[in-house]
Design a protein around this ligand. Structure first.
Ligand code: NAD
Ligand code: UD1
Length: 335
């Protein structure tokens, strides 16, 4: 099966490319390199022995997109490409709607024109908004209480995919709602590029450890959680990547939606402690006020993915921390 990965040189796309290639899939990558580097292709080759064919193309460039589809003759698309900086999306909402929603419309039009009817979409737990409960299941109503334009784009794209699948009975859509991806490939070659704008916990911890950021600001220690800090479901990126392989193997007509998470919630203080244990160094932090829009605790109910895809997470927070530190070491050597 030949699969086009949009955003495939990015953090999650590159790990998924590795797992797909390992399972014998024919993978090609399209990315505008806005938030990733071309050298990722060499790293994928070092890990798998295969360098995927690459198109430096923007989703908003319709003629270039058509050329890719004309040449590619794909069986399926995995759609990772998108902008993801939550803070920036509040300041520049139109940029996010244009890139994420507009880009997906162009992609779906190309898929229709060139007869590609399978798509796996990178969605996010953010679509659940505030359910008033920590454990999230796929059948919950989405789109209420989303606090930023980035999250809105994920919800709008989900709705768009549902409408397209309704209108095109041949369409096979799988929506994967990621919880909080962390960690890196065990080789240390690919991981979350610490050069992008960090607002998520793990990239900030990485930058504090390398000295680029002075200290981690812990957003509140007065939540109703055991240690007072926010709790999230952190999933190792390699487990997440394997979830995509499981998903593509079980595609079916209509829309299928799965949470990809571990089913466990970990606090900010527990994440700091795990990083300190793995690195053997203290991590500078201070407690500040709560961040607007943050929930106290959320985690996935991953039962549906286990039952229908036969997938569940295998790696731990400790694995994620060790792999992150290994990736940072490799990154420092590369500079
Ligand atoms: P990333 O930024 O590392 O990868 C996204 C890639 O898309 C980048 O390489 C970027 O250059 C490319 N891209 C962006 N706009 C493009 C365009 N118009 N045309 C072509 N390429 C474009 O991000 P990631 O963490 O790998 O995330 C992948 C997907 O998963 C995104 O859609 C993101 O919103 C979603 N997601 C990420 C997280 C997370 O915490 N990392 C959580 C939930 C969902
Ligand atoms: C955030 C976004 C969400 C997006 C997700 C993945 C907000 C309000 N939510 O979710 O829309 O889908 O990232 O991109 O931005 N934390 C700190 N200090 C920091 C950073 C984070 O204490 O400097 C805490 C947070 O309060 C939270 C936890 O760490 O409890 C995880 O934060 P983060 O990595 O930003 O992920 P989410 O809050 O889940």
């Amino acid at each position: 099966m030949k699969i086009l990965l949009t955003g495939g040189t990015g953090y999650i796309g590159s790990h998924t490319a590795v797992e797909l290639i390992r399972q014998g899939y024919d993978v090609e990558i399209l990315d505008n390199l806005f938030n990733s580097k071309i050298t990722v292709l060499d790293d994928i080759e070092k890990i798998t022995g295969v360098k995927p064919k690459f198109y430096k193309v923007d989703l908003l460039d319709v003629p270039a997109m058509k050329k890719v589809f004309e040449e590619g003759k794909y069986d399926a698309v995995m759609h990772f490409a998108g902008l993801k900086a939550v803070g920036e999306s509040v300041e520049k909402p139109l940029k996010y709607y244009e890139n994420n929603v507009g880009g997906t419309i162009n992609l779906l039009k190309c898929m229709k024109k060139y007869g590609v009817d399978k798509i796996v979409f990178s969605s996010s737990a953010t679509v659940y908004g505030d359910q008033g409960t920590a454990e999230l299941t796929e059948d919950m109503q989405t789109g209420v209480g989303i606090t930023n334009p980035y999250g809105e784009t994920k919800h709008i794209i989900e709705e768009m995919l549902i409408d397209v699948a309704e209108a095109e009975p041949k369409f096979e859509v799988t929506i994967l709602r990621y919880f909080n991806p962390v960690g890196a490939h065990e080789s240390g070659l690919i991981g979350e590029d610490p050069n992008d704008i960090p607002n998520n916990l793990m990239p900030i911890i990485m930058k504090v450890s390398t000295g680029e950021i002075k200290e981690l600001c812990v957003y509140g220690d007065d939540y109703d959680t055991p240690d007072g800090t926010g709790m999230r479901d952190y999933i190792h990126v390699v487990d997440l990547a394997k979830g995509h392989v499981a998903a593509i193997e079980k595609m079916k007509p209509g829309v299928s939606i799965y949470n990809l998470g571990t089913g466990k919630a970990t606090s900010v203080f527990e994440m700091v402690a795990a990083f300190e244990k793995a690195s053997g160094e203290k991590l500078a932090y201070k407690v500040v006020g709560r961040r607007a829009g943050d929930l106290p605790k959320i985690f996935a109910n991953p039962k549906k993915a286990k039952e229908e895809l036969g997938w569940e997470t295998e790696l731990t927070i400790e694995d994620a921390m060790n792999d992150t530190i290994n990736y940072l070491k490799h990154d420092a050597e590369r500079q």
